[in-house]
Design a protein around this ligand. Structure first.
Ligand SMILES: [Zn+2]
Length: 107
């Protein structure tokens, strides 16, 4: 699941490596299995996706409003549909963010 990168030389290591074959630096094993670290990785990933969907929603909503002012009804249906999809995605990801917040492991 995790890709280890050697802190010494930046080489990609396999999950089974305990030492880097290039520079022989020890690979930290325990850190990757820490549930809090795993949770933080997952949380920041989901939160990032949520922020992207919110930004895309407002971008689409802004374009929809802008085109409405310029062209009237022309592109409204398609763009409003795309905006609705991003909004649904945003709501879905927000519930995932909230669910993850409740599941935060104790140190
Ligand atoms: Zn190395």
């Amino acid at each position: 699941m995790f890709t280890h990168i050697c802190k010494g030389c930046g080489l990609q290591l396999s999950d089974t490596d305990t030492h880097c074959p290039e520079c022989n630096m020890a690979v930290p094993q325990k850190e990757e299995l820490d549930p809090l670290t795993e949770w933080e990785n997952e949380y920041s990933k989901v939160r990032f996706h949520w922020i992207i969907s919110v930004v895309l929603f407002w971008t689409t909503a802004g374009i929809t409003a802008g085109l409405f002012l310029i062209h009237g009804q022309a592109y409204i249906n398609e763009l409003a549909f795309i905006a609705a999809v991003f909004m649904a995605l945003g709501v879905y990801l927000k519930t995932k963010v909230l669910a993850l917040q409740r599941k935060k492991p104790e140190k």
